[in-house]
Design a protein around this ligand. Sequence first.
Ligand code: DLL
Length: 436
Amino acid sequence: MEQSIWNRHFETMPREEMRQVQRDRLRDTIERVYFNVPYYRSKMQEKGLGPENIQSLDDLKRLPFTTKQDLRDNYPFGLFAVPMSEIIRLHASSGTTGRPTVVGYSRGDIAVWSEVIARTLTGAGVGKKDFIQIAYGYGLFTGGLGLHYGGEKVGASVIPISGGNTRRQLQLMKEFGTTVLACTPSYASYLAEALDESGIDRDELKLRVGIFGAEPWTENMRRDIEKKLKIKAFDIYGLSEIIGPGVSFECGCQKGLHINEDHFIPEIIDPDTLEVLPEGEVGELVFTTITKEGLPIIRYRTRDLTRLHYGVCECGRTLVRMEKCTGRSDDMLIIRGVNLFPSQIESVLLEMDETTPHYLLVVDRKNNLDTLELHVEVEDRFYNDKISELQNLGKKIKNQIESTIGLSINIKLVEPKTIKRSEGKARRVIDKRNVE
Ligand code: DLL
């Protein structure tokens, strides 16, 4: 399949050559963090390691891991590897508890970031002729500005609208002739619904591509958005600690997300034993940045679960692919001892005609027993006043979900449009067990 590739040299580099690039850049990074970041130096010393011990890619596994807690402990700038005079941008992730994590970029880091987003957009077939409406939040969140610079780099016309203001999004989409929408999948789903009610006909829009990420979404969700918006939807992945969006991206083949591994080396570990797992096994994704200057990060534990495939893709890219992430280890709920990912619920709801993907999962504990309640919106045309019909529908949903997740669940059907829509990352679980 002939596809455009932004940086043919690195994106199609033979494996052996890529390993050499990675090895050289890794050595250089280790040297920099050892001499410039006291935290890394003491962590390495604790393990009896100096830069001279990290010579090959195999030595990577000797290095200590870094976690979000380490970033918090060194708040705000303790892990930066260059003087603040070299930092030209700061971002932060809010997190739900505790201090935010702060990330800093040098001028070189911003250039790398634009490069990896340029690859991401080119992978989705986006270029100079496109109008890209960036509806990720601008601000401390990396989504908006991250996409922005890459959009300009490929020469597209960038519309920096940020998240929210849904009516205006649709109006500009029509008036400016937006061809590419970049936002979270949950916001795309909300925009699709709002379009339906706006009086704007889909055919008045020129939209053709979606660049969606920042949260887990299922294949069923992809199909649903593609059908409603009549676009091709691409998954993009990233996290602020590594760079923001641009860590990995789908090409036209959509058989996994290519990791920009000349900048970020991935590993998959067993989250319990912390051992590196062989290719193809599912585990926790870990990244080491090898070109970052402001905040280089060694073996960062993402908590995201996936697996890697090193085979060459039909698009010609040799960049390793990670499977779509449908859950994080800390999103996983343990209900009466059974593991549950919210994405399993999303998938079932999208397979049923009567329900919408808008739901809220409420977990509680009563008499020492975990309880699970699902608030789910019924499609308009199925919502009526006949209690018996709604009861039957409730039972049907209950059966479908219980047979998928293997847990009993209470279903609460709610009126269409009553569950709060998300303009950024959706919040779909309320776990009352954690509240004292
Ligand atoms: O969400 C960066 C980003 C912005 C990615 C825009 C893509 C598009 P954080 O706020 O630091 O950064 O959140 C990172 O979000 O560890 C994953 O758990 C989750 N995540 C990001 N992309 C995906 C995706 C941005 N495509 C955390 N699929 C990560 C599943 C994703 N989860």
